[in-house]
Design a protein around this ligand. Structure first.
Ligand code: FE2
Ligand code: FE2
Ligand code: FE2
Ligand code: FE2
Length: 415
């Protein structure tokens, strides 16, 4: 279903990751570049494997999403907190198309001894060490005001000697390029551009991003999966052509991407949000637009950013009127509400089907949502509601599994 060119997919992912923490803008790309150069120089990886490694390293700090507000680089450099490495590993293991590389993320802040003793194949161990070195060097670079490249190179050499005492040929990851983000960006794009990625792999890359973001708050953990399911099923009921169905699918998947930049306190706030917090929450739509604009078709963009618009013009962010909202946009707006009503939120329980339908009909009478879509939903409400709940259960299982494995991996071993 995903017809995005590799470059656009890459931009969407990078632009999203760069919204997580101001200190980290460019970090993923710089580290991916460094590891890619080392792999290219080393010669043990095929072209295809290097492409897969680049994606893996771009995502290496994805487990950080839960603590964007308190996390800082100094803390990280002192190696005080590995939790994001474990979460990142589990996200990649669960959603990522190249999950064989997930262990690389798991050990990227581990001690030398832990890396040495890790039960992973030698090739992966080599990548872990490279990632460990390049990642730490980039944090050193950022913490030291992004200058004095001699010091940065010396830091890299020392760490390389420590992790590769037998003297692996880690001559350079070319850190002089670090200050030139444009060069790094185009080198990585060059690598990604010709990579053969199936639609399933592309969708899995987006899913890794979207699902890890949903995971930030357990109240929204299931939202995206359920919302996509509701929208897909409504699109099917209307018998829309394949191209439009695919636009709905991608638009729905990306609709709340901007929440990546919304603080967790707001996502998890119990009760009604106050004026200032509500404004911040609403800004997720404009952030989504900012991330996606120019990298998806206008049809997909408008589907993604109009899910809070209403027919009577009282929606946000633009207060558009019904005449401006197309059927696919109206479908996704209803899909969003169906999903939200069928989930537990910080301020409410999940609603049963009859209550979901009552609320939707009320909204319809109030001129908020499309009567045609609600009518279609009503005709197929049993199958759609159950499919949406089932999707929610599947997503819940995946997240529970992640929590359980996280707990297992972080418990001190019993005697
Ligand atoms: Fe990290
Ligand atoms: Fe990192
Ligand atoms: Fe939204
Ligand atoms: Fe939503």
């Amino acid at each position: 279903m995903i017809e995005l060119p590799n470059e656009d997919l890459y931009e969407i992912i990078i632009r999203s990751l760069n919204r997580v923490n101001d200190l980290l803008v460019g970090h993923g790309e710089r580290v991916a570049y460094g590891v890619m150069r080392l792999a290219e120089q080393d010669g043990r990886f095929s072209e295809e494997e290097i492409g897969q490694l680049v994606w893996t390293v771009l995502f290496h700090d994805i487990g950080n999403f839960r603590k964007t507000d308190t996390w800082n680089l100094v803390q990280l450099e002192n190696d005080q907190d590995y939790s994001h490495a474990i979460y990142g590993f589990l996200f990649l293991k669960t959603f990522f198309p190249f999950s064989q590389y997930a262990p690389v993320v798991r050990y990227h802040h581990s001690t030398d001894a832990e890396i040495e003793n890790a039960c992973i194949e030698q090739k992966l161990k080599w990548v872990v060490k490279c990632l460990r070195i390049v990642d730490a060097t980039d944090l050193f670079f950022v913490n030291n005001g992004r200058k004095d490249m001699d010091k940065v190179n010396a830091y890299f050499r020392n760490l390389s000697r420590r992790l590769f005492p037998a003297g692996l040929p880690l001559e350079s990851a070319e850190f002089s390029i670090m200050r030139d983000m444009d060069a790094i960006h185009s080198r990585l794009l060059e690598r990604i551009k010709h990579q053969v990625l199936s639609n399933v792999e592309k969708e899995a890359l987006l899913r890794t991003l979207v699902c890890s973001m949903d995971f930030r708050s357990h109240y929204t953990a299931l939202h995206c999966s359920m919302m996509v399911r509701a929208s897909d099923m409504l699109a099917d009921c209307f018998g829309l052509e394949q191209k439009v169905k695919s636009e709905i699918h991608i638009g729905a998947m990306l609709h709340d991407l901007g929440k990546i930049a919304i603080p967790i306190e707001i996502l998890e706030s119990p009760g009604k949000l106050d004026g200032r917090m509500w404004e911040i929450m609403k800004s997720h739509v404009m952030i989504t637009e900012d991330i996606l604009k120019g990298y998806v078709s206008d049809e997909i963009l408008q589907i993604a950013i109009r899910h809070h618009e209403t027919l009577d013009g009282s929606g946000y962010p633009r207060g558009l009127s019904g005449a401006e909202l197309t059927l696919p946009q109206r479908i996704v707006a209803v899909g969003d509400i169906v999903s939200a009503l069928s989930e537990e939120r910080s301020y409410k329980q999940a609603f049963p089907l009859h209550e979901v339908m009552n609320i939707l009909k009320q909204m319809c009478r109030a001129g908020k949502i499309c009567p045609r879509v609600v009518q279609m939903l009503e005709e197929h409400c049993d199958s759609i509601y159950h499919a949406v709940l089932e999707k929610g259960l599947q997503a819940a299982d995946a997240f529970e599994q992640i929590y359980a494995e996280y707990y297992e991996l972080t418990q001190p071993e019993m005697e």
